[in-house]
Design a protein around this ligand. Structure first.
Ligand code: TYD
Ligand code: MG
Length: 443
């Protein structure tokens, strides 16, 4: 028997698999695109086949699209619509990517629950989906579940139901395969293999065009390597959405990284609650950082999430270190950015941070990649270090906005007017600061 190696090499560009590494992909001729992948990470499930339409529940109670010219429709979830541009485009394919456990199935269950549609369950059983639908209090009459791992099966069902569905969710692409392409054994034919993921996506794109259904494809992204995941599919689909958030927080951000039908700078904000994901409206976002009163080790900033300003609290804990190497823990901000700010603080504010542990976190559990929060990070660290709140007579409770340079200068950032306006609306002031040295006057 031929021994199949555990390690294979997958081209990041075209997805072809090789048993040996080489500097250039033998297929697409891309250089340095081969990455090592453990083939046992590919699951080998059995194809759950449903030859019987009975598995689909409550068929026929879905809103059939009445107006054929109506090419874009609302998701009935305004944060979702905002991210998509106008709404869902019929016949389009949306890749819905995110880390496992972040809430992809939850939000898409809500999407189908509000609009009606077909939910293809490749990971969970129809019963599990059913349970979730009930738990979320969605109108189950309009919710059909197809339990399968076969793309042909999906095509079959869409055909047999006469293209009834305007929304089809495929959860997840890592559990789908095109049965007719499975030849022999080995990683090439298993679920989750790059070839199956690509082939399945390709078929689903065709299917969307043919039936006019908007197909939402769930794709798991893993921290260590998304090679067999969404990255590979981005060019095949119309829209790519990323659902993000910190696991220990309950805030979720829906971002769009590609959109053939709309802008890519909008974000949707949700909160994971007991009854699923709740939309967070603009005026509510600001409540997320508590009451926003001054606290030692805390600074309030306004970041831009897409085109929207959002008030966020940064907390820092700066304590004397007894370890040979002081601890640096940054959550919600880039580690390198955090280290850089620590170095600037040490140099410009004379904070002896080399003998202090530094912890910085963003409350609400979101990740910031807006340099406009630099000053607030600096402020929170300084406040914790000095054990004083950031607040003085002239600026009680100021909002700190600005990018910090290597020399400790503070620069204006994109969306300044919007941030200022937002602060004003909340009865707060964004002081104009030119150097982080001025923080000394603020505490
Ligand atoms: P899920 O949608 O299954 O994540 P994904 O499909 O991205 O892997 O959501 C997983 C988590 O969400 C799970 O830990 C439980 C939590 N959750 C809630 O807090 N409230 C809810 O109403 C639901 C359905 C899930
Ligand atoms: Mg899921």
């Amino acid at each position: 028997m031929k021994k199949i190696s555990d390690i294979i090499f997958v081209c990041n560009n075209c997805g072809n698999e090789f048993s040996k590494w080489s500097g250039q992909c033998g297929f697409c001729k891309e250089w340095n695109s081969l990455k090592e992948v453990k083939s046992q990470k590919y699951k080998s499930l059995k194809v759950r086949s449903v030859n019987n339409i009975v598995e689909i529940k409550n068929l026929g109670k879905i809103d059939v699209i009445k107006n054929e010219n109506e090419n874009v429709f609302s998701t009935q979830i305004s944060e979702f619509d905002r991210v998509l541009g106008k709404g869902v485009v019929r016949g389009s394919v949306v890749l819905f990517a995110g880390e496992p456990g972040i809430g992809k199935s939850t939000l898409l269950t809500q999407l189908v629950g509000k609009n009606g549609g077909l939910y293809v369950a490749g990971e969970e059983s129809a019963e599990q989906i059913n349970l979730r639908v009930r738990r979320l209090g969605l109108s189950a009459e309009r919710f059909d579940v197809l339990e399968t791992n076969s793309v042909e099966e999906i095509a079959n069902v869409l055909e047999r139901t006469n293209n009834l569905y305007k929304i089809v969710v495929v959860d997840s692409i890592q559990t789908m395969l095109v049965e007719s392409t499975v030849t022999g054994t080995g990683s090439l034919g298993s679920f989750g293999s790059v070839n199956q993921i690509r082939e399945s996506t390709f078929r689903l794109v065709e299917l969307a065009k043919k039936t006019g259904a908007a197909i939402f494809i769930v794709g798991h992204v893993t921290k260590e390597g998304d090679i067999a995941g969404p990255k590979l599919l981005e060019h095949m689909v119309d829209t790519v959405l990323y659902f993000e958030g910190e696991k220990n927080g309950d805030l979720r951000i829906l971002r769009v990284s590609k959109n053939r039908f709309g802008p890519t700078d909008e974000v949707g904000v949700f909160k994971m609650e007991e009854k699923g994901l709740r939309e967070i409206k603009s005026d509510e976002i600001n409540l997320l950082s508590g009451k926003g009163e001054s606290k030692i080790g805390s600074a309030i900033t306004i970041v831009m999430e897409g085109t929207r300003p959002m008030m966020v609290e940064i907390q820092a804990l700066v304590t004397e270190s007894f370890a040979p190497m002081p601890t640096r823990v940054f959550s919600g901000i880039d580690t390198n950015r955090g280290r850089l700010l620590v170095a600037v603080a040490q140099k410009v504010l004379n904070m002896p941070l080399y003998k202090y542990d530094v912890y910085v976190s963003v409350t609400g559990g979101i990740r910031l990649d807006d340099t406009g929060c630099d000053l607030a990070i600096m402020g929170a660290m300084y406040s914790s270090f000095r054990e004083k709140t950031i607040s003085n007579k002239q600026f009680p409770n100021p909002i700190l906005v600005g990018e910090v340079s290597l020399l400790g200068e503070v620069k204006r950032v994109r969306g300044w007017e919007k941030r200022e306006k937002e602060a004003k609306a909340m009865g707060r002031v964004v002081p104009i600061i030119y150097s982080i040295r001025e923080l000394k006057n603020l505490v």
